[in-house]
Ligand binder design. Structure first.
Ligand code: IMP
Ligand code: MG
Length: 178
């Protein structure tokens, strides 16, 4: 079994490049079909989604724009946990069809916060595209229309996802070996 060592942890290869690319193609085809006449604006959420975004956009054939945001997290004022602020949405999304492009939806709290924030800019509609979703960990009700892969609760790295900043460059997915 192919493994990688990242800092203090060992990870084992779990999803190869070919399987990843197959699902990227499927999602791109669905978006091309569903949003054909909508001239969507893709909003890619940095850092994690850079690789999925690049692969996805190469297969988007409909007229569209792309822009990037970054989420700044800091400790919450109360015991509510981590609060995230959306930074750098330069594009005007008013009246437009927006597609959020994420690497992974885990509890869904980040996505919920993003939907609230983008919602204040009065888009016509917001769709969600994420590479991974961990359905058993979802805490909020989200309509995830475009999900490339559903995975169990394990911690993963690669394809944009990191462990303490490392591992994002791996072209395949590795799962934490407990
Ligand atoms: P959520 O708010 O719980 O949905 O968490 C979303 C964020 O947690 C993602 O954007 C990732 O940065 C991070 N995350 C969740 N699961 C993993 C994982 O398995 N590996 C690496 N990062 C993860
Ligand atoms: Mg992310």
């Amino acid at each position: 079994m192919k493994t990688v060592q990242i800092l203090d942890k060992k990870f084992a290869l779990s999803i190869n490049e070919q399987s990843i690319q197959k699902e990227v193609t499927r999602v791109a085809q669905e978006i091309n079909r569903d949003l054909k006449d909508k001239e969507p604006i893709f909003v890619s959420v940095l850092n994690g989604s850079f690789m999925f975004t690049a692969d996805l956009m190469r297969q988007i054939t409909i007229p569209s724009k792309i822009t990037f945001v970054k989420l700044a997290s800091y400790e919450g004022v109360a015991s509510t946990g981590v609060i995230k602020e959306v930074m750098g949405l330069s594009e005007d999304i008013q009246g437009r069809t927006v597609v959020i492009v994420e690497d992974i939806v885990d509890t869904g709290l980040t996505m919920q916060r993003l939907l609230e924030t983008l919602g204040t800019r009065h888009p016509k509609e917001i769709h969600i595209a994420t590479f991974f979703v961990k359905p058993d960990k979802l805490k909020v009700n989200l309509n995830i229309e475009y999900a490339a892969m559903k995975i169990p609760n394990d911690f993963i790295v690669g394809y944009g996802l990191d462990y303490d900043g490392y591992g994002r460059n791996l072209p395949e997915i590795y799962t934490l070996v407990e």
